[in-house]
Design a protein around this ligand. Structure first.
Ligand SMILES: [Fe+2]
Ligand SMILES: [Fe+2]
Length: 194
């Protein structure tokens, strides 16, 4: 077995792969509250917290439906617009990171390139789960619109949303452990545009 593959796989790993831990240990998470973090590090943490909260709310809606606290129509009225917003926001965030932010950070210190490649691959793994969740949302919507029982589709949607939770949490934490020290210790300025 190639250990590095499991270490790198977002769906299998339990933490940042060992070879990238030294980057995180340059400014450990425990030191953040009493450190002056880079302004963009604060922004990243706030955006990630919003993603955690929004996905948590989506998962909670599924739990409410499965506990019979909401019917199919009520679940649909909550989950479809929230999921659509969440997926659109996440896709934009990942595109900015993978196409712009990560390449600039990697260029600032080429020794970190592999860590950003890892985070970029995480985005691909998360996107497969996002696509699956949206397909289930559409199937649920179509079934309910047909005026028939859509419990199976609602359960499949709730499960597909919940499958996003652990990988997204893993990715957000690992990304923060790489990016927050990098920004804070090496400094970074977005190039002026326009
Ligand atoms: Fe990311
Ligand atoms: Fe991010």
């Amino acid at each position: 077995m190639n250990r590095s593959v499991a270490d790198d796989d977002l769906l299998q790993r339990n933490g940042l792969p060992a070879r990238w831990l030294p980057l995180a240990e340059e400014l450990p998470r425990a030191d953040w509250p009493h450190s002056t973090l880079h302004a963009m590090a604060h922004e990243l943490l706030a955006v990630h917290d919003a993603q955690r909260a929004n996905l948590g709310s989506l998962v909670q809606s599924g739990h409410a439906w499965s506990a019979n606290e909401s019917d199919g129509a009520a679940y649909r009225s909550i989950v479809l617009p929230q999921l659509s917003d969440f997926l659109r926001f996440l896709e934009t965030h990942h595109r900015l990171e993978s196409q712009r932010f990560f390449p600039m950070l990697a260029a600032a210190d080429p020794r970190t390139r592999g860590a950003f490649d890892l985070l970029d691959r995480d985005h691909d793994a998360i996107h497969a789960l996002m696509d699956a969740a949206w397909r289930h949302a559409q199937a649920f919507d179509a079934r309910l619109s047909g005026g028939v029982n859509a419990d199976t589709e609602a359960a499949a949607l709730a499960a597909a949303i919940e499958r996003l939770a652990a990988p997204l949490a893993r990715h957000l934490r690992d990304e923060e452990d790489i990016v927050v020290p990098h920004l804070t210790l090496r400094g970074f300025e977005l190039p002026k545009t326009g």
